[in-house]
Design a protein around this ligand. Structure first.
Ligand SMILES: NC(=O)c1ccc[n+]([C@@H]2O[C@H](COP(=O)([O-])OP(=O)(O)OC[C@H]3O[C@@H](n4cnc5c(N)ncnc54)[C@H](O)[C@@H]3O)[C@@H](O)[C@H]2O)c1
Length: 319
């Protein structure tokens, strides 16, 4: 019988892409989402949808009326800057929400939990590319809560007092981009923020000198990594970096996006503002562990992934 996967945050950017692919592959999918940043139109009509809040145990328990075999815990506050504006909201969703999912996994004896962790767990890296074994010293409130959620999941996977084995895997995702990343949310994802700016003809704002660099990984590559891991015992109890293994500066990203719209800094306004709290200077994933244990390789070239994302953004914006 097909496995039944609960995707928390399945109306959001990452969660909805996962849900679609799982359904295409024949999995049954239940989604819980409070639609705080997610969109109803992202929800696959073949999924069971529960409008609910992971902060509320009663809402979470509604997802387990049918047997759940695997949980993809993706729901979360996904903004570094918002975590500084409202640290309690970030804490409640990312940590308490994760604890509620873990409690339900234990109560309903779900054997498999995959968790959306973040490169922000590292803080200022010892060196780049970053390996999973390097220090984790988050410098944003968001990074602290994502890392805490990761540790709660991993520590639960080590528990010997449970009547069953809960196999946990955490993915420290770097800058994920692609279709459905919000074009209107100014707090998430530099790629879609800049694309949204250009679509609206607004100036692009860079915080800091723009020489900070990020590792951009396409959502389709991220989806494959997670789905490959479901039944892969080598991934049980493990943490994986999920990135492209390369990096590009914010300045170069802006120039790339402007070029894709037939523009340049000569005819488009780019503003520089002071660096914001929690900003990590250079981030680049060492992906050798995922390559080896998950037999995974990012396949989407940045140019192709961006062309697809920009086409989607134009279609969505002008429809
Ligand atoms: N986008 C990235 O580059 C990236 C990188 C690393 C980790 N992550 C993590 O991946 C996850 C998804 O990020 P995203 O970029 O798709 O963001 P997103 O905002 O598009 O998705 C988050 C989803 O969770 C839902 N949600 C938020 N709070 C909820 C709650 N209390 N109860 C139920 N649903 C709730 C939102 O409505 C939304 O649909 C987040 O946990 C984020 O921390 C994202």
């Amino acid at each position: 019988m097909a496995k039944h996967v609960l995707v928390t945050g399945g109306a959001g950017f990452i969660g909805s892409n996962f849900a679609d692919e799982l359904i295409n592959m024949g999995y049954k999918v239940t989604i819980i989402d409070n639609l705080s940043t997610g969109l109803k139109e992202n929800i696959n009509p073949k999924a069971i949808f529960i409008k609910g809040d992971v902060k509320k145990p009663k809402d979470v328990e509604k997802c387990f009326k049918k047997r759940i075999d695997v949980i993809f815990h993706i729901a979360g506050c996904a903004s570094t800057i918002k975590s500084f504006h409202d640290p309690a909201a970030d804490l409640f969703t990312n940590v308490l929400g994760t604890i509620n999912i873990i409690n339900a996994a234990i109560k309903f004896k779900v054997p498999r939990l995959l968790y959306a962790s973040s490169m922000t767990s590292y803080g200022v890296p010892d060196k780049i590319p970053i390996k999973e074994t390097m220090s984790t010293r988050p410098i944003s409130y968001y990074g602290i809560t994502k890392y805490a959620g990761e540790r709660y999941c991993l520590a639960t996977g080590l528990r010997k007092d449970l009547s069953f084995k809960l196999n946990v895997t955490a993915f420290r995702m770097f800058n994920v981009y692609g279709r459905r990343q919000s074009l209107t949310n100014p707090y998430q994802g530099v790629v879609s923020i800049f694309i949204g700016n250009v679509l609206r003809g607004e100036p692009i704002t860079i915080f800091g000198d723009g020489e900070q660099s990020r590792d951009y990984v396409h959502i389709k590559d991220v989806t494959r990594a997670w789905i490959n891991a479901i039944d892969n015992e080598k991934s049980f109890g493990e943490v994986f970096n999920i990135g492209s293994g390369t990096r590009m500066s914010i300045n170069n990203l802006v120039d790339f996006i402007l070029r894709a719209f037939g523009k340049s800094r000569k005819n488009y306004k780019v503003i520089y503002k002071p660096e914001r709290p929690g900003d990590q200077k250079h981030m680049q994933a060492d992906i050798s562990k995922a390559q080896k244990l998950l037999n995974w390789q990012p396949k989407i070239k940045f140019e192709d992934g961006m062309a697809d994302t920009i086409n989607w953004a134009k279609e969505t914006w002008y429809k």
